[in-house]
Design a protein around this ligand. Structure first.
Ligand code: NAD
Length: 357
């Protein structure tokens, strides 16, 4: 088994971070896992409650822009591996308020790099240290229907404040490898879905609105194409990258599951009809409503994951049909998780994005 690690997981109380912590703590109980999370609207400490009582886990509430906190955690916890999820992650919110995206995604990543660089140098620059930067395929911009999928060599062309801020952070992470030899690795992953995803994102939004008998807002003509990856498959990919990935490398992660938004929503509606006994409106497809398109909405993303498949032997295990079923089942059985998240702030955001046109 691999050498035990001491992980700092930033953003570990968010969607992917939570799934990552659950799978890491289960698979590698000998490893130390320290979560640093600011607990913004998207973070939820109780997601990790089952680990808080265990010896090798620690939760720390703090901001990645706070250098003092970073220095202290890296040193006192003797961290050797940073898994960097913390970010402002929602494109629609980046259109309404981009400043927080530049602050957390660019300045926060820069601050974390600086702190880890100093820590790594202080430790004598050991080979097994890693800085894994978890990023998105949105940095590559938008594809036309017949374009080849994004590879690790595709030039960056971000179109939203979200993807631009992630692109900026990717460039900094890359530069710290080339300039200072800090052992960084970048992963660019397609759209994730699964348990613990905040209600604003497409799949939970549709599940929850079905259950509430509310309209299912689909942007534009619904023909936008996304590649969907079950979050558990993303987490296994991050695991192989941490253990076998090479410093300075970039790995694209994707499910090879290109689906048009409207087709995805219809699949979800059909699963809801089948699994939810108390739907207010049935068939759920009747709730589908086309709304004015998102500004600058990328038409298509597609990931070529050949590199991680051939070099690190990773393949996704869950089909979209299976992953969607699991996800719907989770939202059906976890109303007490998502109901409190539909706060006044959330309703206000929702209104701005979908109803004020
Ligand atoms: P999320 O919004 O669900 O979670 C983000 C977490 O980061 C939250 O717990 C939040 O409290 C925390 N956070 C935000 N700002 C912080 C700060 N300044 N300091 C400390 N913590 C802070 O996001 P997610 O969907 O889990 O995405 C995680 C990462 O994966 C992001 O970097 C995102 O860009 C990337 N990513 C996401 C997807 C996707 O489909 N969700 C796909 C590819 C890449």
């Amino acid at each position: 088994s691999p050498q035990p690690r001491r992980l700092l997981v930033t953003g570990g109380a968010g969607f992917i971070g939570t799934n990552f912590v659950h799978s890491w703590c289960t698979t590698y109980p000998e490893d130390r896992v320290v979560v640093l999370d600011a607990l913004t609207y998207a973070g939820n400490r109780s997601n990790l409650a089952s680990w808080e009582a265990t010896e090798n886990f620690r939760f720390f509430q703090g901001n990645i822009c706070d250098r003092t906190v970073l220095d202290q955690l890296l040193q006192t916890e003797a961290i050797d591996t940073v898994v960097h999820f913390a970010a402002e992650s929602h494109v629609d919110r980046s259109i309404l308020g981009p400043a927080a995206f530049v602050q957390t995604n660019v300045v926060g990543t820069f601050t974390l790099l600086e702190a880890f660089l100093q820590h790594w140098r202080t430790c004598g620059q050991p080979d097994h240290h890693r800085f894994l930067h978890v990023s998105t395929d949105e940095v590559y911009g938008s594809l036309n229907p017949n374009d080849p999928a994004f590879t690790e060599k595709t030039p960056y062309a971000p179109n939203s404040p979200y993807s631009a801020s992630k692109a900026g952070s990717d460039h900094l992470v890359r530069a710290y490898y080339h300039t200072y030899h800090l052992p960084t690795i970048i992963t660019n992953c397609s759209n994730n879905y699964g348990p613990y995803q905040f209600p604003e994102k497409l799949i939970p939004l549709m599940c929850i609105n079905c259950l509430l008998g509310k309209q299912l807002p689909v942007y534009g003509d619904g023909q936008n194409v996304r590649d969907w990856l079950y979050v558990g498959d993303h987490c296994t990919a991050l695991g192989v990258v941490i253990h076998q990935g090479l410093p300075g490398e970039v790995y694209n992660i994707g499910g090879n599951n290109e689906v048009k938004n409207i087709d995805l929503v219809q699949m979800l509606c059909d699963i809801m009809d089948e699994l939810a006994i108390d739907l207010p409106v049935r068939p759920a497809r009747e709730l589908i409503t086309f709304v004015q398109d998102r500004p600058g909405h990328d038409r298509r993303y597609a990931i070529d994951a050949t590199k991680i498949k051939t070099q690190l032997s990773w393949t996704p295990a869950i089909t979209v049909a299976e992953g969607l079923r699991r996800t719907v089942e989770w939202y059906l059985t976890h109303r007490d998780w998502w109901q409190p998240l539909l706060s006044d702030e959330y309703q206000e955001y929702y209104h701005k994005v979908y109803l004020s046109q």
